[in-house]
Ligand binder design. Sequence first.
Ligand code: FAD
Length: 508
Amino acid sequence: MYFVQRFLDKTTMYRLMVWFLVVLLGWAVAASAVGLLPYRWWEVLLQTLLLVAACRLVSEIISRIVGATQNIESAIISGLILSAIIGPVSLAADWHWLLLAAAFAMASKYVFAMRKSHIFNPAAFGAFAAGLLGYSASWWIGSVVTLPLVLLGGLLIVCKIRRMHLVAGFLAAYLALLFVDVFLVRGGTVADIPTLLYTIFISSPILFFSFVMLVEPLTSPHTKRWRIWFGTVIAAVMFVPQWVGMSAVPLELALLVGNIFARIVSPDFRQSFVLRKKKQLSADIWGFWFEPMKPFSFFPGQFLEYTLAHPKADARGVRRYFTIASAPEEKQILLATRFAASKGSTWKKRLGEMREGDDIVAGKVAGEFILPSDPKRKIVWIAGGIGVTPFRSMAKYLLAKNERRDIVLLYAARTEQDLVFRDIFEEAAKVGLRNVYVLSEADKIPSGWTGRTGRLDADMIKAEVPDASERIFYISGPEPMVEGISKTLLDMGIPDRHIRRDYFPGYA
Ligand SMILES: Cc1cc2nc3c(=O)[nH]c(=O)nc-3n(C[C@H](O)[C@H](O)[C@H](O)COP(=O)(O)OP(=O)(O)OC[C@H]3O[C@@H](n4cnc5c(N)ncnc54)[C@H](O)[C@@H]3O)c2cc1C
């Protein structure tokens, strides 16, 4: 598991998806060549190449015309997904359908967009548009031959982006409605169940759909609760129309309806932020203050997705998530981050090079790592290093609102210099914050240090938080630290529902 986690940390969701689809389609080409799949291998190969090239080209042209930042990997992913769900076509006769699907998929990102954020899953839109014009998606990728790879790659993707609840919610709703359909609507019997399950989960595209298309973050809701509803709505759209005498709704159309639902319950935006100030906060931590072009609302503790296009991007790509370290009451958006001593990513290099006046694209404000609505709930904030950013936002918010809360902050860092934002936490003592600082590097403890030293372990937590069982714990920091402290808390008898986690992958 450790190696899988390391691997997932080292790549971005987009890069992982590209590789997964390339391997899956490569396997489909090979399986077709040896007769395991009933297609001509060169047709699968050629349509994949054509679709990827067409999506890239159309995306390039449109983004130049409208002056938008494009994510090259997104266009490649759309081309690869389209290749898995339409055809395989004979290029000589049907090449124009591929071009149409690719053009509609890419154009949909710009035509059907609100606040610079597209509404529809592009591949689903391309397949739907081609279907409307006369060439329906075959969803040929659903097959027992491709199933092991779909499962393996799909599980890696949902682990990476933490969307297991969405896939599980959708599949549970789908299965429940399928049983209603078979037993109550069509009068099936128990003897039909094995064939039904085989058809649905082994030889149909439903798992590919769930693991690859359903989970696309930009077109699904931003909270867990709404994501589960999103999966349920899509499953319902697949069945209910048939029960009222309408024709069956294809998968791609059901997803598009779900995308509209997602946009209604989770409005989104993408906009440019202009860099107004950058400041070194410690030896390797910098703060970047951006001014949004239009005001937007968020809760303290939420995060944004930033896109910073740059040439020769490394394997981690051009997008990153960062907590909004400022409070909603501050005019500017603060991004605070640590720069690696060596071998940092090209993304961070580009960020570090930004000058005042430069802009960055940000959007998709999301996150459930927010203060409990009941101000009387007693809280513990546990921060590891740069994981302190959501707590800075919350502390600033409490100060701005003059809202008192009973909070213990356990803030662990390597050296005293790494304890950034201490002035804000000290000031927040007047609204109920009790600060406990922990330094881990034994040989760098300054003389006269009155805080804690060593590892933040169960004994330290028990000593500093004697009423731990009455509190909600918020843990934020690098993934191994969050996992480690969560385990410590669970071992101490703190129920899982009292532990909230914010992971900072990439620092493992
Ligand atoms: C919801 C959320 C909120 C977040 N909030 C914050 C925040 O407020 N502040 C913050 O700093 N981070 C935050 N993160 C993490 C952030 O998104 C980055 O993952 C993190 O900053 C690492 O950045 P980086 O990948 O550019 O790597 P770097 O910071 O440049 O490097 C980090 C480590 O990765 C290694 N590394 C770098 N590039 C590669 C590569 N191509 N292949 C292999 N290893 C490489 C480096 O050697 C180094 O050890 C958040 C993440 C999430 C999901």
